[in-house]
Write a protein that binds this ligand. Structure first.
Ligand SMILES: [Zn+2]
Length: 61
């Protein structure tokens, strides 16, 4: 098994569930990442670990 065969997945918007244009790997760790959703047309501050995306701060309504 090669280490390069890590699982990658599209990051889905935690607000609307849409696919964003960002990809993460199973070993990707994000912290305070401004994830842009083309459907919501706004950024959401998230963190990600083991392909799980967690919202840190939702944008003001
Ligand atoms: Zn969205």
């Amino acid at each position: 098994m090669s280490k390069q065969d890590a699982i990658t997945d599209w990051v889905h918007c935690p607000l609307c569930g849409s696919k964003t244009r960002n990809k993460i790997r199973e070993d990707t760790v994000l912290k305070n990442y401004p994830l842009y959703c083309p459907k919501c047309k706004q950024e959401v501050l998230v963190e990600a670990k083991e392909l799980q995306v967690i919202v840190i701060k939702e944008p003001d309504a």
